[in-house]
Design a protein around this ligand. Structure first.
Ligand SMILES: *Cc1c(COP(=O)(O)O)cnc(C)c1O
Length: 425
């Protein structure tokens, strides 16, 4: 089935007389007739639900839909995109390990890596996604366990050369983890280009209506952990907390990674998405294919309008021929470049503030990538913990305005931009 059909039908197939819409299983616990039956679940010898801190049927149906859209073998929902990123890496890294990451990543992810995970003893080397092969090569260490990047970076809007990064990762025997939040599987499926694990902040386009914070991790099932048993003992040697289960043996390459993340990390940290939010996410996914198409069309119209406006100093949108990333976008994003456009206004920071104050339709929100147009000045909000040098390295100059084009009428969005730009001196 193609993506459009999967958006509606993957993950849940009602039987005769069953609810047509995915039911919300709003239950903490699940009942069993005997302790023996329950014991088998705890030993991972039988499949089934016992406690919603680890797994819930509503969540699993939605995760299965996202896995189908990405072309993966297994997936799990998390309570946020941050939790997804953390789990994706912590599932295969411990104290003393190292990760190579693109430097142009979401501000929250940068903080998670550079500050919080560093405190856990996991070190990150940040590389410019446009660095040379030699520079990328030089970032690896003997204790490197993963490579991380974003398909379309938030908010820098750089496009990751997924194939190049996957090749480098695989040459060092480590997986490539790609945050595919901005592209969504409608515009890009990183597994087709060699990525091994995909993460999402489902808070953005997938939910699409600014209704629920959430995340997702999808495994391609393609990375062979058993080829590097010394690097990934957590997957390839017995887990004492489950009577000696070895994940790669019991669950195969298709299921080992997500099972381990569920039964260890969800068990111990419990960052699970609520079934209610998973239901809302599923409603969003049902129209993801239509919304992404409209976001792309509208953003293209906005980018073209801004590009010719005399008060605009630069426009960054990889759909534009003028973009440094146009060639990569044609390769990885042939159906569109998402709805997020960034630009600078003549007069820098104060001009950006005046402009934003005068917008009427576009709302100022610490949000991005949903149905309604919104706008943000990262340097004074999401990225304010960074100094000017770090901002530049992250691809977020202090004059950058991030404009998230919604699915309203393009003419109305452009009229709003026009009147706000008129107000700028
Ligand atoms: C928003 C975002 C995150 C974090 O997700 P939350 O759901 O806010 O925790 C991670 N990566 C990208 C690219 C994002 O846009």
């Amino acid at each position: 089935m193609n993506q459009d059909t999967l958006c509606l039908h993957a993950g849940y197939t009602p039987g005769n007389g069953e609810p047509r819409q995915l039911p919300i299983i709003q239950s903490t616990t699940f009942k069993y007739a005997t302790s023996e039956a329950m014991g088998k679940l705890f030993d991972l010898e039988a499949e089934g639900y016992f406690y919603t801190r680890l797994q819930n049927p509503t969540n699993d149906a939605v995760a299965a839909k996202i896995a189908a859209l990405e072309g993966g073998t297994a997936a799990m929902l998390t309570s946020s995109g941050q939790a997804a990123t953390f789990y994706a890496i912590f599932n295969i890294c411990s104290c003393g390990d190292h990760v190579v990451s693109s430097s142009t990543i979401y501000g929250g992810t940068y903080n998670l890596f550079a500050v919080t995970m560093k405190r856990m003893g996991i070190e990150f080397t940040f590389v410019d996604p446009d660095c040379s092969d030699e520079e990328l090569e030089a970032a690896f260490r003997p204790n490197t366990k993963a490579v991380f990047g974003e398909t379309i970076a938030n908010p820098a809007l750089t496009v990751l050369d997924i194939e190049r990064f996957a090749k480098a990762a695989h040459a060092h025997g480590v997986p490539l983890i790609v945050d595919n939040t901005f592209a969504t599987p409608i515009l890009c499926r990183p597994f087709e280009w060699g990525a091994d694990i995909v993460t999402h902040s489902t808070t953005k386009y997938m939910d699409g209506h600014a209704s629920g914070v959430g995340g997702c991790i999808v495994d391609s099932g393609k990375f062979d952990w058993t080829a590097y048993p010394d690097k990934y003992p957590g997957l390839t040697t017995p887990d004492d907390s489950y009577h000696g289960v070895t994940y790669t043996e019991r669950f195969g390459l298709a299921g080992a990674y997500i099972t381990k993340a569920t039964v260890q990390l969800m068990r111990d940290f419990g960052s699970i998405q609520s079934p209610q939010n998973a239901f809302l996410l599923n409603l969003g996914l049902e129209s993801l294919h239509l919304r992404m198409q409209r976001h792309c069309e509208n953003a293209m119209a906005v980018a073209r309008y801004l590009e010719q406006h005399p008060k605009i100093t630069w426009v960054n949108y990889c759909g534009l021929e003028s973009s440094k990333y146009h060639a990569l976008a044609q390769k990885y994003l042939p159906d569109g470049c998402c709805g997020v456009v960034s630009f600078g206004i003549k007069g820098g920071r104060p001009a950006a503030e005046t402009f934003m104050k005068h917008l009427k339709l576009a709302s100022i929100a610490t949000h991005v990538a949903d149905a309604k147009t919104c706008v943000l000045h990262p340097a004074s909000s999401t990225h304010r913990q960074m100094n000017d040098e770090e901002l530049k390295a992250a691809g977020v100059p202090s004059d950058l305005v991030r404009f998230s084009v919604g699915i309203e009428g393009a003419a109305d969005i452009i009229a709003d931009l026009q009147q706000a730009l008129d107000a700028v001196e």
